[in-house]
Design a binder for this molecule. Structure first.
Ligand code: PEP
Ligand code: MG
Length: 755
């Protein structure tokens, strides 16, 4: 059974479109269960009806013709109840509805199971048989399991487009809208540029070959290179492996030198696809053939072919000349978009980011916010293969992503973009105004930075200093750890630009979702793993280099403060103080006199809140990281789009935790800044003002927006809102209240598109 399940779901995942996917399902299920009929009904998103999309057994002419509302027929009943319905004599059931065009009257028994994706019924899978019988428990279980496994694939296939029929009704105004999560505010119109990693062969997009012969030559060169490498490897390894094991290399070589793989890829290139796309198609087909073989030895060969494909692909990517032309307005789209992929697109061309995974708190979304670019994350139904070069719209407020937008959608967004520009221009007028509330309270506004290019922007946005400089990026985009000199140079530039204003440099926070290609960490649970201070304390050679670089950069400027990420134990502070003293001592011995900088702790692990008095004693200042604090307090992975709807820093539990920290800091007279996404979110900022937080640190693109909020909303009013918010049951309730408040103060343009 498991075998069949795997095979069907593999085939469905590989299907080029929804039509093919449904065909595979009805054929395979009818065979596997030996039933007379198997049909798939899908819900038409626009009208809510269930439409017969494919069938084996019923009259094929009725496909697309039979439509039922949820209140109609047995199919409607399955959807309504969201559970299987198993009937011996279906025509006798009160909900049975007869469609003469199907020829259905001949079938007595009926088994229908819902196809559910994230609580939404996408459709119903039905099997029928002439014979009057109840389906057995294992048959029901098989169909339920299959439907659950296929739900994601059906959602994907449906979203991938290119098929007739159903989704013409379900598109929004002729432009298909995919729903994701708001990642970074703003809206943009542009051209999709699909990014993919070398490891993910399947994600390579189709792209038109501009220079066909050039593509062929690059491909052949890559094949030659891989053949050479394999031969060398085979020789090198011959002493240490058996002849049998060495055969593997011969198998690879035969695959390369045999006719089909290379010839077929060249044919695909000549037919117009670029080399990586053609390679993906051919490898995919060969993999499928092997995977379908019943012999376990042969089906294993599928992974060899995939591996070979990846090797050729990596050589193809090394070919510098073939770098694509980046469109003038590029929207970077990918299954997973990494910080370095984002950095590869010239800043002036990049207008938006869309990813199938992640959420608002993923580091890519944070980066997009820092750059002031709209981002949509967690677009579950994103299929990137056919997206490259297509016109798209990104709505970072609502989390919508439109592919091939209709003229109406495009015009509407064009209007919103113009309105936004006007709104932002209005904000510009605040640049030199102080961030003082109408009732006279000053809030310090700091910038979160991490890219050198941010700095000019933040200076321009008139902030009070840097509240969080994430030092990871130079580590992420290099192929080795940056040296002391290199780091000192980078830090110096930041400190210099802002002196005498304070600059908080955070020590390296890798691990979690930020991994270094040259320092791979394989963990089951990386966010609970070797991350931030845990890792740097285990590697004093890396940590001391960074501390020395920071201290040296501060000489003569005296505005450095150091912040420690992911602290969960008090002794970590003492450990850092020891290393810091050592670094200063060493530098003094080398003739460099340094200052002892203020040392702060990030409050982002819930444990620190239960020992907050002790942390206040030991740290010079506190910085509350609402992104991680929310993740750890609510036990919701900040990157997991499946649970993203559960992630909200305005959850009353998070607000209560923040309140405890604010009160403790006040008791101890310690400076507290909030530097997570909450500080840059207009609704979050109001609550933080109400709690009495005096320093907010946010991405540069949020600075003027939040200044606008501070200047409009009295702190006394914000405090009342906090008192109500902490008593509420859910974050949605809190958000509703703050939405009303923002509209009341004419600040609605900050949380939605338009003015
Ligand atoms: C946070 O966790 O809130 C934070 C500011 O740090 P980062 O997003 O880099 O983890
Ligand atoms: Mg953090």
């Amino acid at each position: 059974m498991l075998d069949i399940l795997h095979r069907v779901s593999r085939e469905v995942n590989a299907a080029p479109g929804l039509r093919d996917a449904l065909r595979i399902i009805v054929e395979r299920v009818a065979d596997a269960m030996a039933v007379d009929v198997c049909s798939v009904y899908l819900r038409d998103a626009a009208q809510g009806d269930f439409v017969l999309m494919d069938t084996r057994g019923l009259n094929p002419e009725s496909v697309g013709q039979v439509r039922l509302t949820t209140a109609e027929g047995l199919v409607g009943l399955v959807a309504e109840r969201e559970e299987p319905i198993n009937l011996k004599n279906a025509p006798a059931h009160s909900r049975f509805r007869y469609f003469p065009e199907t020829g259905e009257e001949r079938y007595s028994s009926f088994l229908g199971v819902p196809i559910i994706h994230y609580r939404t019924v996408l459709g119903v899978l039905v099997v029928q048989q002439t014979e009057e019988r109840r389906f057995e428990e294992n048959e029901v279980a098989f169909l339920v399991t299959l439907a659950a496994q296929l739900a994601g694939a059906i959602a994907h296939a449906r979203a991938s487009g290119g098929i007739d029929g159903l989704e013409q009704d379900s598109v929004v105004e002729g432009g298909r809208a995919l729903q994701g999560l708001p990642g970074a505010p703003g809206v943009a119109l542009g051209t999709a540029v699909v990014s993919y990693t070398q490891a993910d062969l399947n994600a390579i997009p189709d792209r038109m070959a501009v220079d066909v012969e050039g593509e062929v030559a690059a491909f052949e060169a890559a094949v030659d290179q891989v053949s050479g490498e394999l031969r060398k490897l085979s020789d090198q390894i011959s002493d240490s492996v058996t002849a049998d094991e060495q055969m593997l290399f011969d198998v690879y070589l035969r695959m390369l030198e045999g006719d089909s793989l290379v010839r077929e890829t060249v044919e695909r290139i000549r037919a117009g696809n670029w080399a990586p796309g053609a390679l993906r198609q051919v490898i995919g087909e060969h993999v499928q053939v092997f995977e379908d073989m019943d012999d376990p030895y042969l089906s294993e060969r599928a992974s060899d072919i995939r591996d070979l494909g990846r090797r050729i692909l990596s050589r193809l990517r090394d070919e510098g000349e073939r770098v694509r032309q980046v469109p003038e307005k590029a929207v970077l789209v990918g299954h997973e978009v990494s910080a370095s992929q984002l950095a590869e697109i010239p800043r002036e061309n990049l207008v938006g980011v869309v990813a199938a995974t992640g959420s608002r708190n993923s580091h890519v979304a944070i980066l997009a916010r820092a750059l002031g670019i709209p981002a949509v994350m967690g677009v579950d139904d994103l299929r990137t293969r056919h997206l490259d070069g297509r016109p798209v719209v990104v709505d970072g407020y609502s989390g919508r992503f439109y592919v091939d937008p209709s003229a109406t959608v495009e015009q509407e967004y064009q209007r919103l973009i113009t309105d936004e520009a006007e709104f932002t221009e209005g904000l510009e007028a605040l640049r030199d105004e102080p961030a003082i509330s109408p009732d006279g309270r000053t809030v310090s506004l700091y910038a979160n930075t991490g890219l050198i290019s941010d700095i000019n922007l933040s200076l321009a946005a008139g902030c009070d200093g840097i509240g969080l400089h994430r030092t990871e990026f130079p580590f992420l985009i290099r192929d080795r750890f940056p040296g002391e000199e290199e780091q000192a140079d980078l830090y110096r530039r930041v400190l210099e630009q802002f002196a005498p204003r304070p600059v908080v440099l955070r020590t390296l926070d890798i691990g979690g979702d930020k991994s270094l290609a040259y320092f791979p960490i394989q963990e089951e649970n990386p966010f609970l793993g070797w991350r931030g201070i845990r890792l740097t304390l285990d590697h004093p050679e890396i940590f001391l280099t960074q501390l020395r670089a920071m201290l040296r950069a501060d000489v003569g400027l005296n505005n450095l403060q150091i912040l420690l990420p992911m602290v969960s134990r008090l002794e970590e502070i003492a450990d850092v103080r020891r290393l810091l003293a050592r670094a200063r001592q060493e530098l003094a011995e080398e003739g460099v006199e340094t200052r002892n900088p203020a040392l702060g702790v990030m409050i982002e692990v819930p444990a620190t809140i239960y020992q907050i008095d002790r942390y206040c004693d030991q740290a010079d200042f506190l910085s509350l990281g609402s992104n991680d604090l929310t993740q750890y307090l609510l036990a919701v992975d900040r990157n997991n789009s499946r649970v993203a709807s559960l992630y909200d820093e305005l959850h009353p539990a998070v607000l209560s935790a923040v309140r405890d920290v604010v009160r403790a800091a006040r008791r101890h007279g310690k400076k507290l800044t909030v530097c997570g996404g909450m500080a840059g979110d207009p609704a979050g900022a109001i609550l933080l003002m109400g709690l009495g937080v005096e320093g907010l640190s946010m991405s540069v693109s949020s600075l003027l927006r939040i200044k606008f909020v501070v200047r409009r909303v009295p702190v006394a009013r914000a405090a009342e809102l906090v008192n109500r918010a902490v008593e509420m049951d859910s974050p949605e309730e809190v958000r509703r209240m703050l939405r009303r408040t923002l509209e009341e103060y004419e600040l609605g343009g900050l949380i939605r598109a338009g003015k």
